[in-house]
Design a protein around this ligand. Structure first.
Ligand SMILES: Cc1ncc(COP(=O)(O)O)c(C=O)c1O
Length: 424
């Protein structure tokens, strides 16, 4: 196929690589996005929505310390990355949802609930806590929210929607871990298991919702609302860097490593970061060697979908959250020119970092959550060089893991130790 000539050498063989995006336009910012659907004012509006709805989150997540879905930005041990300012953005430790998908899933459920309540005369915009009233719960109980997920989006949507009173159905791909399914069932979510990949799970959920006025489908492949929810992380980063006196400018650019599955979470965050930092932030998407769906989509161009199977790859990876064969075309189109490039990493590298980050920094990560560190270790030097060579500040996004049950966690940790031994 013609686009295959654009694919980097080694991709089809599953070699870890850094692919600088030839269509990267560092100065593009959100205001230039297609059709103006995602622009500065929609980002600011989303931020306002989060702030307005914070009292609801306090009640929905009584065990979380978040009034929004937020995580800390911390300095991290050197790990041999000499001379770079290294920070970790700890979404793995978000108390309420446990992953990067929380900002999107929670936000979209809240937006739908608010719209529904307002359209039934409950006027919750003026009084958001009314979303938790008996009257609102009775209304929501007549509706079903559906979503396709490898696990973490389903959890964010499932928990929030169940606490508001909705019925929830999560369609899960074969990669989804059993403990993630069981966790959902405990919240009263109907889990539909598919012996197929993520795209099939998403389209099954879409089909199950279509034509039913009492069903609402959260579309991880096409939802602008999800992207806006994710984008709120950029406001956090901006405040956190200010508090830490880290300047971002031409001399001190920001490199951000974002694990990518379908692309929604890293895409939304990229759009938000570009709004704040323009050409001085470089967002690097990180994908498993078997599932570089955003890389192949950006390399092939966005005129039609291309999946990793067409490139001879299996989509078989230990990183369940990143096991996606077909990227979101919405993200590829909207955020594509703002993505500096894509780095791919092996399963062995990810689990070694799961091991190392526990030893060094007591971070409990799932393999997807450690992908950013694997990419920095393997490709960081090349990435910096291809983006102008300045040392700057590096943020690695640790995207999930705190909720791993002990047995799961120990098994991954042990695998990581073995992988370390194998490579000496
Ligand atoms: C832990 C973790 N990290 C990263 C991602 C990637 O997010 P997205 O699929 O929106 O690209 C996911 C997706 O589920 C995830 O669960």
């Amino acid at each position: 196929m013609e686009y295959q000539s654009f694919l980097p050498v080694g991709l089809s063989q599953g070699s870890p690589l850094w692919w600088p995006n030839p269509n990267y336009r560092p100065s593009d910012n959100i205001a230039e996005g297609p059709a103006g659907a995602l622009n500065a004012s929609s980002l600011l509006e989303a931020r306002g929505n989060w702030l307005r709805l914070a009292p609801v989150l306090d009640v929905v997540f009584p065990d979380g310390s978040d009034t929004e879905i937020q995580s800390s930005l911390i300095e991290i041990g050197n790990h041999g990355f000499d001379g770079i300012g290294l920070l970790a953005k700890c979404d793995h430790d978000i108390r309420s949802t446990g992953s990067i998908k929380g900002r999107g899933g929670v936000y979209e459920v809240l937006m739908f609930a608010e719209m529904l309540a307002n359209s039934h005369g409950l006027n919750v915009s003026a009084y958001p806590i009314g979303l938790l009233s008996q009257e609102a719960g009775d209304l929501f109980g007549r509706y079903r929210i559906l979503v396709g997920s490898t696990g973490n989006l389903g959890f964010s949507v499932g928990v929030t929607a169940r606490r508001l009173g909705f019925a929830v159905e999560v369609h899960m791909s074969r990669e989804a871990k059993s403990w993630k399914k069981e966790r959902l069932r405990r919240f009263g979510v109907a889990v539909v298991e598919h012996d197929d990949d993520y795209s099939v799970a998403v389209s099954s959920a879409r089909r199950a919702a279509s034509g039913d006025p009492f069903s609402y489908f959260v579309d991880d492949e096409h939802s602008l609302t999800l992207l806006l929810g994710y984008s709120s992380a950029a406001f956090e980063i901006c405040q956190q860097l200010k508090q830490s006196d880290v300047a971002v400018n031409e001399q001190n650019p920001l490199y951000v490593y974002l694990p990518c599955g379908v692309g929604g979470a890293p895409g939304g965050i990229t759009l938000g970061l570009k709004y704040f930092f323009g050409p001085h932030v470089h967002c690097i998407f990180v994908e498993p060697v078997a599932s570089p769906c955003m890389l192949v989509q950006l390399a092939a161009g966005v005129s039609g979908p291309v999946d990793v199977y067409a490139c001879g790859l299996s989509n078989d990876t230990i990183a369940d959250g990143l096991a996606v064969a077909q990227a979101s075309l919405l993200v590829a189109e909207t955020a594509g020119p703002q993505i500096a490039g894509v780095a791919t990493v092996s399963d062995d590298d990810m689990i070694r970092w799961v091991h190392d980050l526990w030893i060094s920094d007591s971070m409990r990560l799932e393999p997807s959550g450690a992908a950013g560190f694997a990419a920095l270790a393997r490709h960081g030097r090349d990435i910096r060089k291809s983006l102008g060579g300045k040392e700057g500040t590096t943020i690695v996004w640790t995207t999930g893991g705190a909720f791993l049950p002990d047995a799961e966690w120990k098994a991954v940790f042990e695998e990581g130790r073995k992988a370390l031994e194998r490579c000496g």
